[in-house]
Design a protein. Structure first.
Length: 283
């Protein structure tokens, strides 16, 4: 029986075309291949987000794509979808692994250190328009009957990659600064999450407004600062409820900075769907 995933997702239904043509443009892509396991592409994939947003995990690290975001995914990395908005729409440029050996595309190896660990970069309007104009050139080559289609596609792909490399290079200083903010936040969170549950505390330590601080954290990690605070508190609460049977729920609430057991219980239930007592009784 034909695999249902192959019938649903362009990446899977065009495997033969990708192999035969080397470089393929796939439009109107609305997500990742679904399934119980993360998707691991044997090909090189450039994902251009046009609208909406998708939250994903790249090698188990959170990342995201939205309008004017370009993701460069190297072969054999795992990608899984966490969530997406209904209006998410993207174009994929899929490059068969054999094409990567073309001398004109050696820039791909030069891009590894910028993209392989963190594949997505947000473009401004001008950069996005330049990229989409190049992709439209690729579509036009596919529509025409030309003798050297593959060579022309390779040259346009090289130009596209050089644009992306330059755009990413221009953003390195900003990215480095944002990464420092994100790393400092996670260090501060480890030290202070039991007493400080508000984003404002961590933003003040970074000398940033809470709104901008949370935006930086989300850009770097795929989730807001408030999300990571909740994750840290709930993970610690679950650990204490599981292994510290000598502690009452009130004692755990006190350890985690909640003034009242009822406040802690509501917080825990909102995040997990069960009360602390119910969670403890699962054991």
């Amino acid at each position: 029986m034909k695999d249902q995933q192959s019938a649903l997702h362009p990446l899977l239904s065009n495997l033969r075309k990708i192999k035969d043509e080397g470089i393929v443009v796939l439009d109107n892509v609305r997500g990742l291949p679904t399934g119980d396991k993360p998707f691991v592409s044997p090909d090189y994939v450039i994902c251009i987000g046009h609208r909406g947003q998708i939250q994903l995990k790249y090698d188990d690290q959170p990342d995201y794509s939205e309008r004017q975001t370009v993701g460069v995914i190297f072969p054999n990395h795992s990608v899984s979808m966490v969530s997406k908005t209904d209006d998410y729409l993207a174009t994929l440029i899929v490059v068969d692994a054999s094409v990567l050996n073309d001398p004109m595309l050696q820039i791909i190896n030069q891009m590894r250190y910028r993209y392989e660990l963190h594949p997505c970069v947000k473009l401004d309007k001008h950069e996005y328009r330049m990229i989409t104009d190049v992709v439209e050139g690729m579509r036009e080559i596919k529509r025409l009957e030309l003798p050297d289609k593959r060579m022309l596609m390779t040259r346009l792909l090289e130009f596209l990659l050089r644009l992306l490399s330059q755009y990413r290079k221009n953003k390195l200083n900003e990215t480095t600064s944002n990464k420092r903010v994100s790393m400092q936040f996670h260090s501060d969170l480890t030290q202070h999450f039991r007493k400080h549950h508000d984003v404002g505390f961590y933003a003040e330590r970074a000398c940033l407004t809470p709104k901008y601080f949370s935006a930086v954290v989300k850009q770097e990690t795929g989730h807001s600062a408030a999300y990571w605070i909740r994750v840290k508190i709930i993970a610690e609460a679950k650990m204490l409820l599981h292994i510290r049977n000598d502690l009452s729920v009130q004692a755990i609430a006190d350890m985690l900075g909640f003034g009242e057991q009822s406040t802690f219980s509501r917080y825990f239930k909102n995040e997990t769907g069960m009360s602390p007592t119910e969670f403890r009784e699962l054991d």
